[in-house]
Design a protein around this ligand. Sequence first.
Ligand SMILES: [Cu+2]
Length: 292
Amino acid sequence: MTLMRFFTRTRFWAVLLPLVFVHQALQAEIRETSVWWLPRNVNMFGHEIDFIFYVILGLTGVTSVAVFSVMIYFLVKYRARPGVPAIHSHGNNTLEVVWTTIPVFIFLALAIYGNEQWTQMRLRQPPADAIPVAVVGEQFGWNVRYPGPDGKLATMVASKVGKENPFGVDPADPAGADDFTTYNEVVFPVDRPIRLYLGSKDVIHAFYVPEFRLYQDMVPGRVYDFVWLKAEATGNFQLACNQLCGQGHYKMFGKLSVVPLAEYETWAKGKAPTKVSVQETKTTAPVTVAER
Ligand SMILES: [Cu+2]
């Protein structure tokens, strides 16, 4: 009774409802599209992931409606009534076999399909024209390394990743001489495969972009070189860390843009270190440190 009075007589709703609306407005601010449903998908692999999501949602949705309908019907129909004797059921073998066999085949189909999609996403070699991009998480931001005109990234060695060398590269590596780095700024060209090299400087972080349907934990001491993607549409997204990685976790996010190839090339040219600055970097600081 006291609880009822709280809901009906206090200003509970007057306080709660505006909060709900403010929360939704903030959500809309954070997400580019679709506050109520899945964010839009812009990755090549996302179609299959969304497909299996809808299949599972449909199966479990139909099943739960059916189960609850039968349950409520039986609750009412077989309720205790004076003078009506109880029915003692000892099971039904046919029913048992049917409702065990059908789910077995459904789960098998889901497992086989899911396994095949995972193979495509993570076990297949990325296409040869994929642009390599290294992303290394740290408390609390993203170090990003792009190849220069040679299209090659310096080799990343997990054991060399550290405070002063976020990408774990050898400063003498010729492939890395023209690499350039950004901080909390990621730009990908549309319709071009991107091969990621993911790592962490300190604690576990996670590369997570809902619009790419892509999630990968980054455990320190490893380089993840098997994650790749291909964006099919342009747009601005957020690369937000999805592992609680410390007190500043909430602010660990980078701007991620997918742009036309020409725009990407212009952007990269503007970032690429000139020959002179590479020489300077080599003599003054042997290790490339990400820009702040
Ligand atoms: Cu993090």
